[in-house]
Design a protein around this ligand. Structure first.
Ligand code: PLP
Length: 385
């Protein structure tokens, strides 16, 4: 990698953790990385340079045919001051898979991880100083070559930048509200590309997202098919905890990956692995003795199953998971004229919050790994020298 870096005196001010500028989603760190790929010559050496505009020909493939893929990851400043990524190997793997789906070039996954780490080792001492905070990182690939005919892009551009997002205040969550999608809005379908993180999935989903907002909800709960399978929520995976109809067994259920209509979320995968390892009947006693053990299932399930469980008072909690939203409990699901409202409590300082015991223990275990309270093989420590 080559470097053309700004002196500190020319870099902008670092916004404080709760600076409203972070809400704008336009607060970036000082630098980005770019690398070009061409059919004939392959990848050129990446360059770390000042954050700024990129220049494309009007005929660039991405502008016409959505040849774009991306990743969303966070880098965490530990309570021990160390810098960590969370399972970044999986992001590299997933970007390769997404690229394959939209005819973007392959790359060496280990090299990508090294590029991300070198970039962050330079950027984070200044832009991520506070223990317990994080920076959002967006590796992106686009078909940058001129291609008016429908064909594999002859040139691609990889870029990577860091965005300063609002930080968790640590206050109890009021929960998120979800609006179930209308049958005319389908996010993904078998044989489509919903299991790839590609820009083409997100633009057309914004109409449904706007409708959710109009209905006082923050995200769309994406349903699929005539039996109204529950797939994902916004750009997060979706989980439900309920008591089974025929017994007292408590289940954690999320949509399975087999039909390729949901994204294989890294947070989702980690939640499933932690729940299986620490909240099952034979392990919960040692970890969380006050909770009923969970049986973990990845399987298709329908909105009617949620409504039925709610009517029969078997519904315990729902939550969504993803790098951006992290683990967020659901307070309300709106579906046609029906409303599922989850039980709320009021905290000591008068805050209304969901009763989401499973989500909150899983979230705190993940945070322990991300911020270095627990030493775990999922953490990748970046050496800042
Ligand atoms: C990114 C994303 C997720 C969450 O994936 P993580 O790896 O957990 O961040 C879930 N669903 C969709 C549609 C996404 O784009």
């Amino acid at each position: 990698m080559t470097f053309s870096l700004l002196p500190e005196s020319e870099q902008g001010a670092v916004p404080s953790l709760y600076d409203p500028a972070r809400m704008s989603q336009r607060a970036m760190t000082a630098h980005m990385v770019q690398a070009v790929w061409r059919t004939e010559t392959g990848w050129e050496a990446p360059e770390m340079m000042p954050y700024g505009r990129i220049s494309l020909e009007p005929t660039a493939s991405v502008l016409h045919y959505a040849t774009e893929s991306f990743e969303g990851m966070k880098v965490y400043r530990g309570y021990d001051k160390k810098l960590r990524l969370f399972r970044p190997w999986l992001n590299c793997q997933r970007l390769a898979k997404s690229n394959a789906r939209v005819c973007l070039p392959q790359f060496d996954q280990e090299s990508l991880l090294k590029i991300i780490a070198s970039y962050l080792a330079i950027e984070c001492p200044r832009w991520l100083p506070e223990p317990g905070s994080n920076l959002y990182v967006r590796p992106t690939m686009i078909g940058s070559g001129s291609a008016l005919g429908i064909q594999r892009p002859p040139e691609a551009l990889f870029f990577l930048f860091g965005a300063l997002f609002p930080q968790s205040t640590g206050k109890p969550s009021p929960g998120i509200k979800l609006l179930a999608s209308d049958p005319e809005h389908i996010r993904a379908w078998p044989g489509g590309f919903g299991s790839a993180k590609v820009g083409a999935s997100y633009g057309p989903a914004m109409v449904a997202q706007a409708k959710a907002r109009e209905n006082d909800c923050s995200q769309t709960l994406w349903l699929f098919g005539s039996n109204k399978l529950v797939t994902e929520a916004g750009a997060s995976n979706f989980f439900v905890v309920w008591r089974r109809k025929d017994s007292d067994v408590v289940e954690l259920v999320t949509s399975s990956l087999d039909t390729d209509i949901i994204l294989d979320g890294i947070t989702r995968r980690s939640i499933l692995e932690l729940a299986r390892a620490r909240l099952s009947a034979d392990s919960i006693e040692a970890n969380m003795p006050t909770l009923t053990p969970l049986e973990v299932h990845e399987r298709p399930f329908t909105i009617d199953e949620i409504l039925e469980a709610h009517a029969e008072r078997r519904l315990i909690e729902c939550f969504v998971s993803g790098t951006a939203m992290f683990v967020a409990p659901v307070s309300t699901i709106k579906y046609a004229d029906q409303i599922v409202a989850f039980p709320m409590t009021v905290t000591e300082d008068g805050q209304k919050t969901t009763v989401s015991k499973y989500a909150s223990i899983l979230k705190s275990w993940l945070e322990d790994i991300m911020y270095g309270r627990e030493n775990h093989e999922w953490a990748y420590v970046i050496d800042e020298k």
